[in-house]
Design a protein around this ligand. Structure first.
Ligand code: BDP
Length: 677
């Protein structure tokens, strides 16, 4: 009887729950297990990676016979692969097994997106050698700037208890070609290098290895002193060098294919070589030397700013350009896309191209620290592409950041690209279902930076949701415009860093934290006064424009030629300055904020209209998040316009919705979200 009742209940709920979705499957939503039989897969050997490739085919591939073939002559594909239709079968070839696994995920993607799988003749070669996620995960399980729950890494349970999510993580990353992960926060605890932690790291490395993922660690520059009890951590101290050498030996004994170190040194209070009067090169080279015999690398971050009065946007450039040519060849300088800090829009970082003899890599932020965190739908491929496609003019026209970093213009032994992960232990991995698209987009662009934002959105939507045009068209449009929309309601026209201090979620353009560094205050960045608004980075100001190669220095430096979407980044512009469309700057600013709000309201409508195409659980989750986003957009608009209006003294154009908040009330909002600066 009880059973019977259960049946009835199940019968009632099943239609809704079988397809109820918590998002945990991400984009890997293959039909129930019914792939081809093992005898339809031709392959040699029994390598663990090959076994995974075969398992995926047996579980999910519904097409023709497959041959998986390793072929040493394909070394030039750098881990890539070919897929060819040969008579009745598909032949996937690659130098190594990992290339075969990537090829298998490729055909599964074709199947899942209902693309043609006949007459295939595909050759894939990745844009970058190292396609790496940077986790800002702390050893206590918290995540710096993480918005999807606690860390996936259960340090207290390792090495004995193994979460099933470690392997799922590896598989998902392999499906998009990510092949490396830094496990811990750049603000690194020296304890990460303790023996007991390294033994835990080894377990993860062993799980990730068959999926082609190498493990890297962020290291604290003071480790020799703090952990090893040495007198100091001076890179020129022999004992310090020996400490690192022994540590490297210890690591490689446990993890023979360990990738290397990521280092945040002399930045935001972190220790570094400058504590001992040494340079970044001295510090990086010391580590590079101990890793070199094992094939390891050092990713040395350029996100530095010392307590000087210089414009923050110039500091990394000033510190690193004089060091060009002084780094070992297994050091790569990791540079944030913009010179300030992962803002909704920044001019690109002028260090790109400026280091002629030193390999450079881009660091993107996938986690949405400055883009509404896990509440706002902001698809980041357009931001990533904007950076990669930026022309630095370093080697003449068409010296894009993509070409500088992928080895096209500067042939280096190693190329890499990093993304600060947005992954946590939430069921859907990333907090917002659409934030999964940013993880996906980072992986896809790291593999092939020629893909367009639209292609990636299209693939991801088909795999993750639905391929019905009535769903795809509006939702793709929403994704593709979402980044610009966020820029519009947060900080249009080149405004930047007017976030509330600490959590960086909401607006606080009035923020003026006396006593701290001036460049931790929003007022430092927008410089609003009675005359106008914006940071003068021209010759009459900080002259940051001089860090750009000609003709960009002139283009940015001249208010007439500076792109309007960066005008307040480079210029202090009078409120009544006439913009290209004839409006005054004040009006333009007002309309931008308003457009941002209006677009989010449109997204809400668009999303409600596609309800029939989406499972109820994800539909509602996203609908609820869009409501928050719409409210936040109004909050941003009112806060910024009412505050800036105290300087401009001009009316908000009358066809714009009136503010609904009082500035004084908005100033009182203090979100209790923690964090230091
Ligand atoms: C900033 C974050 C801070 C990071 C820092 C970094 O606010 O939490 O530690 O970047 O990248 O964006 O080192």
């Amino acid at each position: 009887m009880q059973h019977f009742r259960l049946y009835i209940i199940l019968f009632l709920i099943i239609p809704f729950t079988v397809f109820a979705e918590d998002g945990s499957q991400l984009w890997l939503r293959f039909p129930a297990k019914n792939g081809i039989s093992a005898d339809k897969i031709l392959s040699k050997g029994n390598n663990p990676t090959l076994q995974i490739a075969k398992k995926e085919l047996i579980n999910y591939w519904q097409g023709q016979e497959i041959e998986l073939r390793t072929d040493k002559s394909l070394k030039n594909l750098k881990g890539g692969y070919t897929i060819k239709s040969v008579q009745n079968k598909l032949v996937i070839s690659a130098e190594k097994e990992i290339g075969l696994l990537y090829g298998v995920y490729h055909i599964l993607r074709l199947q899942q997106t209902k693309s043609s799988i006949t007459n295939l003749d595909i050759t894939e070669k990745p844009s970058y050698d190292v396609r790496i996620l940077n986790h800002w995960d702390n050893l206590d399980g918290t995540i710096e700037r993480g918005y999807a729950g606690h860390s996936l890494w259960k340090w207290e349970d390792l090495p004995n208890t193994i979460s099933p999510r470690y392997e799922e993580y590896a598989r998902v990353n392999a499906s998009i070609g990510i092949n490396a992960a830094v496990l811990n926060n750049v603000n690194a605890s020296p304890n990460m290098l303790r023996k007991d932690y390294l033994e835990k790291v080894k377990v993860l490395a062993d799980i990730f290895r068959p999926y082609g993922i190498k493990v890297y660690l962020s290291v604290n520059f003071s480790s020799p002193k703090v952990l090893g009890g040495l007198e100091n951590s001076d890179p020129l101290n022999r004992e310090v060098q020996k400490w690192w050498k022994d540590k490297a030996a210890e690591i490689y004994k446990l993890i023979p294919d360990f990738g290397g170190f990521l280092v945040k040194a002399n930045s935001e209070g972190q220790p570094g070589p400058q504590d001992y009067g040494r340079t970044h090169a001295d510090g990086a080279n010391m580590m590079a030397d101990v890793l070199k015999p094992y094939g390891g690398i050092v990713m040395w971050r350029a996100f530095v700013y010392s307590p000087s009065k210089e414009d923050r946007a110039k500091q990394a450039y000033l510190e690193f350009v004089p060091l060009d040519g002084k780094f070992r060849d297994n050091v790569i300088i990791q540079i944030k896309n913009g010179p300030v800090d992962f803002q909704p829009r920044e001019a690109f970082n002028p260090l790109f191209g400026a280091l002629r003899k030193t390999p450079e890599m881009v660091e993107f932020q996938i986690t949405q620290e400055y883009l509404g965190q896990a509440n706002h739908l902001v698809y980041l491929a357009p931001l990533f592409k904007e950076t990669l496609d930026s022309d630095t003019y370093s080697d003449g026209k068409n010296s894009t950041i993509a070409k500088i970093t992928d080895g096209t213009l500067r042939p280096h032994t190693l190329t890499a690209i990093a993304g600060v992960a947005n992954i946590g232990e939430d069921k859907n991995w990333t907090g917002h279902h659409f934030a999964q698209a940013n993880w996906y987009a980072f992986g896809r662009l790291a593999w092939n930076h020629d893909l367009t934002s639209e292609q990636i959105a299209d693939e991801w939507l088909k795999m993750t949701f639905n391929d019905d045009e009535k769903f795809l068209k509006p939702v793709k449009e929403m994704m593709l415009t979402s980044r610009e929309t966020a820029v519009d309601y947060m900080m249009p026209l080149g405004l930047h860093h007017i976030f509330a201090g600490g959590h960086h979620y909401g607006p606080e353009p009035w923020g003026d934290y006396k006593g701290g560094r001036p460049d931790w205050s929003p007022v430092y960045y927008h410089q609003a006064n009675q005359q106008g608004i914006g940071f003068d980075r021209t010759k009459s100001g900080s002259n940051a424009v001089a860090n750009y190669f000609p003709p960009l220095n002139d283009i940015y430096g001249n208010i007439k030629t500076c792109p309007e979407n960066l005008i307040l980044w480079f210029h202090h512009v009078p409120w009544n300055y006439q913009m290209k469309d004839g409006k005054t700057l004040w009006e333009e600013l007002s309309y931008k904020y308003d457009t941002g709000v209006k677009n989010v309201r449109e997204y809400q409508k668009d999303w409600d209209k596609v309800q029939p195409f989406v499972d109820e659980e994800r539909f509602q989750h996203i609908q609820a998040k869009l409501k928050i986003q719409a409210r936040d957009a109004v909050w941003w608009k009112d806060a910024c316009l009412l505050y800036f209006q105290t300087f401009s003294k001009m009316p908000i154009p009358y066809d714009i919705e009136r503010p609904v908040y009082e500035l004084d009330d908005l100033k009182k909002i203090k979100l209790n979200m923690g964090h230091h600066n």
